[in-house]
Ligand binder design. Structure first.
Ligand SMILES: Nc1nc2c(ncn2[C@@H]2O[C@H](COP(=O)(O)OP(=O)(O)OP(=O)(O)O)[C@@H](O)[C@H]2O)c(=O)[nH]1
Ligand SMILES: [Mg+2]
Length: 571
């Protein structure tokens, strides 16, 4: 039998097409629509977002005829990791599709053409939907085509028509050499998005309100829901806990229902509460984050707040990454690759210290709420106190640890064109929710199960008592009882270890509301979680990670001690 007989007709077509696919690199400045175009062309859901520097990896999109290589946006004035990566990738490819934004066409060409020396290709002009349609605009493109010898294909990259894509494919097949110098003829266009209330006199106030909305929704939405569900779940699992305790041997019951000092550590007496408390917040944050990212609100906030965060050694661009960190610190640390190397370290420090991730936040609020109820206090005050203290101490920490160069008043935003506001994209929201759900089920839950198992075995073996006794003098520094030490250790592995501070239903609490506040603060900021710490050392080297964590632990301890003993100053 001949080899080819073994392959059915369909596979031959696939193999041939794969072999013949031409590689085309998409290059351009940030947020010009490279990812959007590549995704639409390959008929895949767009992985793009409406803030600068959203792509940080080289990504491949396959169409029938092309292997499209999507690169991070290039900022010639920046020393960012992403610009370096894009330029390095460009050096490996001959055919380039230059993507420029119609709204600042002259600027994009002047910036990009000198980088394309020796390459061949064509030009995709995106955001054509923002240009006044008519002969004049078409003629301007024809003039540019004549002068440069390149094909210019105008489009709305969010929904390119089949005619547009066919024209694009033809233009690539008839690739021309890029000229070394930008064309003399200019379109003279500069189409700006209109300023809105975020750019007005009280813009910063509105930005802060927008930033508070996720926190408020968490407190009043997700946590209220959890408040309602908590007693129902507690009631539902009680018979199971009793059954396990009565019928299982102690060593087997321990990982399921272990308690220490009235705190439940087991899978059964703690696991369901993680679902009740963390899951709604994690999902809600994913939705809000997708809305802010796809509408362009996050970039507008970045531009308005830039002058306010600069004295802390951050730029508005870094601030966007810190906000992403409230979802999960790990992708936020990765996304700092698009930051200037001058302030990247500060951005990572800010994420690690101040961005309470959507596992840390619900755990913190659940503990504060349970602690306040046990002490007969209104839970709202410790919650507000927590946010205020975290914000103020993060600002002090950054001010004292950032380099003077990064705080220089002359530091400007690297690219300050306002993005056009857009309606939220449902597919992006769906994608973010699905990603978060998968991460929750397949990454967070297994690690949490391990934490529960390890902690309950430690409790069973008596190791926690030993550990607590050993750390007891240290806990005294913060005016905390020895049992709080376990949560500090576990929260350094995963932030929902903070849940270990939750007093069980109806138990008499050994801590005051202020002590709860101090304990959750310390467990939250003492160290980043283990996965974040590993990611930081992967991005910046282990020396940076160790130095940053040591510094963070010292500052966190000082701030926590101050908070813990502040009650005695007042009395
Ligand atoms: N109105 C309009 N919006 C567009 C167009 N192309 C892209 N966008 C939007 O612009 C934003 C940025 O698009 P991306 O595809 O992420 O841009 P990018 O060049 O990949 O950006 P980086 O990866 O950050 O360099 C997204 O919100 C897109 O939906 C277009 O032709 N018209
Ligand atoms: Mg992109």
């Amino acid at each position: 039998m001949k080899h080819s007989d073994l392959i059915d007709q369909g596979s031959i077509v696939t193999i041939t097409t794969a072999l013949e696919r031409q590689t085309v690199l998409l290059a351009g400045r940030e947020s010009v629509g490279k990812s959007q175009l590549a995704a639409a062309w390959a008929k895949q859901p767009a992985r793009s977002a409406n803030f600068r520097g959203s792509t940080v990896h080289i990504e491949h999109y396959l169409t029938e005829r092309f292997d499209l290589v999507d690169t991070p946006g290039i900022l010639r004035t920046s020393d960012s990791e992403t610009t370096r990566l894009a330029l390095q990738e460009m050096s490996h490819h001959e055919t380039v599709l230059l993507v420029v934004q119609a709204t600042c066409l002259d600027e994009d060409l002047a910036e990009m053409l000198p980088l394309l020396k020796g390459k061949r290709g064509a030009v995709a002009v995106t955001f054509w939907d923002k240009v006044q349609p008519g002969e004049a605009s078409q003629e301007a493109l024809e003039r540019l085509e004549k002068e440069t010898g390149l094909r210019f294909i105008a489009m709305n990259a969010r929904m390119p028509t089949t005619v547009t894509l066919a024209a694009l494919e033809e233009a690539i097949e008839r690739s021309q050499a890029f000229p070394e110098n930008p064309p003399k003829s200019k379109t003279g266009w500069r189409i700006e998005s209109k300023p809105g209330i975020l750019e007005g006199r009280f813009g910063a106030v509105f930005c802060l309100i927008l930033l508070l909305i996720p926190a408020l929704l968490t407190i009043f939405g997700a946590n209220r829901l959890a408040d309602l569900l908590h007693p129902l779940v507690a009631q539902a699992i009680q018979p199971a806990i009793e059954w396990v305790n009565a019928s299982f041997p102690a060593w087997l019951a321990a990982p399921l229902t272990a308690e220490y000092d009235d705190f439940g550590y087991g899978l059964l007496n703690m696991g369901p509460f993680l679902l009740v408390w963390a899951f709604p917040t994690v999902l809600l944050f994913a939705v809000i984050s997708a809305i802010y990212k796809t509408t362009g609100l996050i970039e507008r906030i970045n531009i308005t707040l830039h002058p306010l965060v600069r004295p802390l050694g951050l730029s508005g661009r870094d601030l966007v990454r810190v906000l992403v960190g409230f979802g999960c610190n790990v992708p936020a640390v990765i996304s700092t690759r698009a930051c200037s190397s001058c302030s990247r370290g500060n951005a990572i420090s800010a994420i690690s210290f101040g961005a309470a991730c959507s596992y840390q936040l619900p755990a913190t609020l659940a503990v504060l709420s349970a602690g306040a109820v046990a002490n007969g206090t209104n839970p709202l005050w410790p919650m507000i106190g927590y946010f205020a203290y975290l914000l103020v101490t993060t600002m002090i920490y950054l001010r004292l640890t950032s380099t003077s160069v990064s705080r220089d008043r002359l530091n400007m935003l690297m690219h300050f064109q306002r993005p056009f506001l857009q309606w939220p994209s449902w597919s992006a929201i769906y994608r973010e929710m699905r990603g978060t759900l998968e991460q929750f089920l397949f990454q967070a839950m297994p690690i949490f199960v391990v934490i529960c198992g390890v902690t309950s075995l430690l409790a069973y073996s008596g190791a926690i008592a030993v550990l607590s006794a050993a750390l007891s003098p240290i806990m005294t520094i913060f005016n905390l009882p020895p049992s709080a030490s376990v949560a500090m250790v576990m929260a350094s592995i995963r932030k929902d270890g903070i849940f270990l501070l939750t007093p069980l239903e109806g138990a008499t609490t050994p801590m005051t509301t202020l002590q709860f506040l101090t304990a959750v603060y310390l467990a939250g900021v003492l160290l980043p979680c283990l996965v974040t710490a590993l990611q930081i050392s992967r991005e910046m080297g282990w020396q940076f990670a160790v130095k940053m964590m040591a510094r963070q632990a010292i500052f966190a301890s000082l701030f926590a001690a101050l908070l813990g003993w502040s009650g005695t100053f007042w009395n």
